[in-house]
Every structure is written in C-alpha cells, then in structure tokens.
Ligand binder design. Structure first.
Ligand code: HEC
Length: 195
C-alpha cells in the first residue's frame, strides 16, 4: 500500500476513535483546568494595533471620529471612486446591469429598490459601512473627512439632508432616517410571541 494511503487511513482511524462514544462537549470550568496559562506563541496586541480594528460606530454616534464633510466634496469623491460600480445616480439605470447595489431610493416605506432612503434605520451605519468596506476594491483607503463627505452626499442624494449640511460627529447621529420607524426593538422574553 502506498504510504500516503496508509497515512490517510491512520488519520481517519484516529479521528473516528476520538469521535465515537464521546459525550457532547460541555463548557464548564474543568475544560481549562490544568491548561497552561500560555502556549508559548502569539503576543499581546499593541494598543496601536487594536485602535486600527476598533472602528465600529454605533447608532447613537459612539465611535464616530473627529472630522467633517460636505455634500459637494462628497459628490466629487463619489463620481471618482464609487460611480463605476454603483452608477452615477443621475442617468437612468434601468438598462444597466450594475455590479453593486443602487444607493439612492425614495423615502417611501415599502418602495423598491430597498436602499438608504427607504430601508436604512440609522445614518451612522452609512459612515461605519463606507469606512470599513468601501471602495469595494480598496477598503480602508478613505480618510475620515472623505467618509463624512461621502455620507453627506449619499444622504443628500436620498433627500434626507439639505445640500449645505456639513456633517460631523455631533450632527450625524441626530439625523432621523425615514426607515427608522420600520424597525422595532425585539423585546420578546421567549415563548410564542411573534411580532
Ligand atoms: C468595485 C466596485 C465597487 C466600488 C468601486 C464601490 N462599491 Fe460599494 N458596493 C459594492 C458591492 C459589490 C456592494 C455589495 C456588497 C454586499 O452586499 O456584500 C457594495 C455595497 C455598498 C453599500 C451598501 C448598499 C446596501 O444598501 O446594502 C454602500 C453604502 C456602498 N457600497 C457605498 C460605496 C461608496 C461610498 C463607494 C465609493 C467610496 C463605493 N461603495 C465603491 C461595490 C463597489
């Protein structure tokens, strides 16, 4: 028998012998009893490394960085860095098959396509999402001011803020999105309640 097959069979047997007749794993304190405190690899993450990952922005604005952005600069950025995938929001898109979702809708609940104006419950999510994921081919490349400007442009294009609004960490969380009312907190306690 060739040695690779022998090895595969041996590994299979080891795997099987471990899984038969075993109780389901229980997460209790005894799981880690006797385990060493360190395994001799890895290191504590440096504060500067944690800061680079710690970029979540919450609905109440917690986590928004300093900076500001306006609609006009946002439109310039959008046309340069986003329109290639999302469309320019002005010409009719009905004949185009875009590689990315449409970002502009009306603000009427239930209308289609589902987009920022008729479906997103919090304005701060737009900042968070664009900062961490877009442009799709170069996430993390935008400055905070650029993200504020893109957020301002997209909120204006969705008819949610005026063209002269300058967005920052204090006024962005105060914007009430048209779709906020479509979302309710899930306060079920268990059992058969259905919302
Ligand atoms: C290379 C193509 C590409 C580029 C460039 C790009 N996007 Fe996207 N974008 C996508 C794709 C694909 C998705 C859908 C991702 C998914 O659903 O997982 C998306 C999703 C989004 C969404 C969420 C839409 C929704 O309702 O779910 C937003 C907002 C967005 N992009 C903003 C931007 C902005 C702002 C820029 C420019 C800075 C940009 N994108 C550039 C491809 C792109």
């Amino acid at each position: 028998m060739n040695s690779r097959i022998t090895m595969t069979i041996a590994l299979l047997l080891i795997a099987l012998s471990g899984s038969f007749g075993q109780q389901p794993l229980k997460a209790d304190k005894t799981d880690t009893a006797g385990a060493p405190a360190r395994y001799g690899f890895g290191r504590i993450a440096a504060p500067a490394e944690i800061v680079r990952w710690d970029i979540d922005v919450r609905p109440d604005g917690k986590g928004l960085p300093p900076g500001k952005g306006d609609v006009v600069s946002g439109k310039v950025l959008y046309l340069a860095k986003c329109a290639v995938c999302h469309g320019n929001n002005e010409t009719s898109l009905s004949n185009l098959k875009l590689p990315a979702p449409v970002l502009v809708s009306d603000t009427v609940a239930g209308s289609r396509p589902k987009a920022i104006g008729n479906y997103w419950p919090y304005a701060t999510t737009l900042f968070d999402y664009v900062r961490r994921t877009m442009p799709y081919n170069q996430p993390g490349s935008l400055t905070d001011n650029e993200v504020y400007s893109l957020t301002a442009y997209l909120l204006h294009a969705n008819k949610i803020i005026k063209s002269n609004t300058v967005l920052n960490a204090s006024n962005l969380p105060k914007i009430v999105m048209p779709a906020k009312k479509l979302f309710v907190m899930d306060d079920r306690k268990g059992g058969p309640e259905i919302k």
